[in-house]
Write a new protein. Structure first.
Length: 112
């Protein structure tokens, strides 16, 4: 389970968006459904990601954030010595819905 305690503490503060962006960017990429969000490659890389906050809202129990994630992927070849396919990175983008529990900071992530 993902925990975003700094974002919960920053909720309703002027720096909330920057805090959420930074905290999500620091997550190990394996915790986000980037592989499922691929559109032009076949394998999501574990490189750094960049997050854009699209919208935020809340209800009494949760903070809801829609974020865009920029990341890289590759088209994996057979890795044979005579494989002419170059291993080039592809820019990828997907949108995620984060639902953050205000009481525990537990966060669920849904690919949109």
């Amino acid at each position: 389970m993902i925990h975003l305690p700094k974002s919960v503490k920053a909720w309703n503060q002027p720096g909330f968006r920057a805090t959420l962006k930074h905290e999500v960017e620091q997550l190990p990429s394996g915790q986000l459904p980037l592989q499922q969000g691929l559109t032009s490659s076949s394998h999501a890389l574990d490189d750094a990601i960049s997050v854009m906050i699209i919208s935020v809202s809340d209800d009494p129990a949760f903070i809801h954030a829609k974020v865009g994630v920029f990341f890289s992927g590759i088209i994996a070849g057979c890795n044979c010595a005579d494989d002419p396919t170059p291993v080039d990175t592809q820019n990828e983008y997907c949108e995620l819905q984060l639902t953050i529990a205000k009481a525990t900071a537990e966060t669920s992530v849904t690919l949109l």
